[in-house]
Design a protein around this ligand. Structure first.
Ligand SMILES: *[C@@H]1O[C@H](CO)[C@@H](O)[C@H](O)[C@H]1NC(C)=O
Ligand SMILES: *[C@@H]1O[C@H](CO)[C@@H](O)[C@H](O)[C@H]1NC(C)=O
Ligand SMILES: *[C@@H]1O[C@H](CO)[C@@H](O)[C@H](O)[C@H]1NC(C)=O
Ligand SMILES: *[C@@H]1O[C@H](CO)[C@@H](O)[C@H](O)[C@H]1NC(C)=O
Ligand SMILES: *[C@@H]1O[C@H](CO)[C@@H](O)[C@H](O)[C@H]1NC(C)=O
Length: 481
């Protein structure tokens, strides 16, 4: 009897081991590094999803009152607990039929004067609705997949917008292969068009100011949009003026040449030994020389086999450490995200946010957005950040426990950056940042740069430390620096 039970337990354990191995094989995103977000499964519940709402022709129809268009975009449903919001499609390129999906939450306090904040997820190819529901939006899903109000949301003090970016991500789509972004100029141009249309529709005041924020691969997107706005508005009279004030980038990949320095970090953390360190150094040197030779395909492949693992079977990092999770060095894996995929694809949700039956692209199968951006991944936006630093507030914040875009890697690129204030940055004193008597992190100021390390947070810092990040963004957008 005893032996039989013992055997049954062993078999059970073996089955679990076999299942999780199969699971890992079918879901390569678990090894994906620059795309730290869960990718979702296809889901359809047969509920009528309604029709997609294309707002651009309505916004540009002068005989249609703005209030009427806003009313059409209004998201209605008892599941939202009375939280006011608007959603729909903006056509950003008519020729390719490229359309961007947005979801906008007016500020809960003083909406007429609240700063306008755009949040962009990374990936490439991760839906910004991930940030909405798991990081800083007014609603989150509880353990029973029901929406609840979030205690600390950036929409309390900001007019908060989420856009699925670039086209082909989440609910955003394009009809043509040429519609996909191939570089950050494409990204900046399409986002600028979407933001101008949102200003036409919602008419936020100039005095409140516009801020671009985001995380991870949005370390490229955020500067791309801000730089595009800066350039266009200084060169020509634009259809719509966007009162850009600054940007905030969380654990952002912006300057891969100077951020490709994992070996020393992992060695100091004790996650690799001297042999591992040698292998990392060799690969990092190779990656740097690919970048210097402008061979971005080669650089992508080095990055992929070193740590990313999108197109490689087992990166050096996962082989040496056994980690399947790169966003917090205290965790080797993470299995959250399943219920968000179902919620977003449910007919009732689709109808309420006006996407109809348009495909949700953030699935675990293909990632056309990343493939089109393959040569962009290891390219740098550092010169754009330097130019922005001459005119606008630039906040670079880093969750302390992240690996993929770790704090010392980001420090390394900032130290190389030439901008008004770079000399001061090198010697700037570090201040302890306290909230309610707790040490939230450390801050450095130099010129328009605000550099922050957020203590006890991983890659998704607003999820890990919601109160501190809420205080951080509110302080940044409401006070002079
Ligand atoms: C503009 O809106 C008016 C009023 O709703 C409508 O009658 C007209 O057909 C619209 N024009 C276009 C070009 O869609
Ligand atoms: C939100 O705040 C309420 C009231 O202070 C508290 O009971 C609850 O635990 C908080 N929820 C989370 C997820 O922190
Ligand atoms: C905002 O500022 C721009 C540039 O100074 C100006 O052209 C525009 O009319 C202003 N818009 C509003 C709504 O005041
Ligand atoms: C990775 O492994 C899978 C299954 O073993 C195989 O089908 C695939 O071709 C491999 N990919 C690469 C890039 O080696
Ligand atoms: C990781 O291990 C796998 C399986 O042994 C091997 O195929 C792969 O080449 C290794 N990856 C690297 C980058 O060394």
């Amino acid at each position: 009897m005893k032996t039989a039970t013992h055997c049954a337990v062993l078999i059970f354990v073996a089955i679990i081991a076999a299942c999780s191995a199969a699971d890992g094989g079918e879901r390569p995103y678990r090894r994906s590094f620059i795309n730290p977000y869960p990718r979702y499964k296809f889901y359809e519940d047969g509920v009528d999803p309604g029709e997609p709402l294309f707002l651009t022709p309505l916004i540009h129809n002068s005989s249609m009152p703005r209030e009427q268009v806003q009313k059409l975009a209004r998201v209605v449903g008892s599941q939202y607990h009375g939280v006011e919001s608007y959603a729909g499609y903006l056509t950003v390129d008519k020729g390719f039929n490229s359309n961007m999906f947005f979801w906008y939450f007016p500020a809960q306090q003083d909406a007429d004067y609240a700063p306008v904040v755009l949040w962009l997820q990374g990936g490439p190819g991760a839906s910004s609705l991930f940030g909405l529901f798991t990081e800083n939006g007014p609603l989150e899903l509880d353990a029973h997949s029901k929406l609840q109000k979030r205690n600390y949301t950036w929409s309390k003090t900001h007019n908060l917008i989420y856009i699925d970016n670039p086209v082909g991500t989440g609910f955003s789509f394009t009809d043509k292969d040429e519609g996909y972004a191939k570089n950050e100029k494409d990204v900046g141009r399409n986002l600028h068009e979407a933001v101008m249309q949102l200003y036409e529709l919602f008419q936020w005041s100039n005095s409140s100011g516009f801020w671009v924020t985001g995380e991870s691969y949005a370390g490229k997107y955020v500067p791309a949009l801000a730089y595009h706005i800066h350039q266009v508005q200084n060169a020509i009279e634009t259809r719509v003026y966007v009162p850009l004030k600054g940007v905030a980038i969380g654990n952002g990949l912006s300057d891969p040449l100077h951020q490709l320095k994992y070996g020393d970090y992992l060695y100091q953390l004790g996650l690799i030994d001297d042999n591992g360190l040698q292998s990392f150094h060799a690969a990092e040197e190779k990656g740097a020389s690919c970048i210097k030779n402008h061979d971005m395909e080669c650089a992508f492949n080095v990055f992929d086999s070193l740590i990313n693992g999108d197109l490689t079977n087992g990166s050096l990092f996962s082989n040496l450490t056994g980690y399947n999770w790169y966003y917090n060095y205290l965790k080797t894996h993470d299995n959250s995200g399943e219920n968000l995929g179902q919620f977003l694809q449910a007919g009732e949700t689709r109808r309420s946010i006006h996407v109809g039956n348009k495909p949700f692209h953030d699935l675990d199968k293909e990632n056309k957005v990343e493939l089109h951006l393959k040569h962009d991944v290891m390219d740098s936006v550092a010169p754009w950040i330097a130019e922005l630093l001459a005119h606008y507030t630039v906040c670079i914040y880093s969750g302390q426990l992240d690996i993929i875009v770790a704090y010392p890697l980001t420090r390394n690129y900032l130290k190389q950056l030439k901008f008004p204030g770079s000399d001061r940055y090198r010697v700037a004193p570090r201040e302890i940042w306290r909230i309610g008597g707790e040490v939230a992190g450390y801050v450095k100021h130099a010129g328009h740069l605000v550099e922050i390390m957020v203590r006890n947070a991983g890659h998704m810092a607003p999820h890990d430390q919601p109160k501190w990040l809420y205080e951080m963004i509110t302080h940044l957008t409401h006070y002079k620096h």
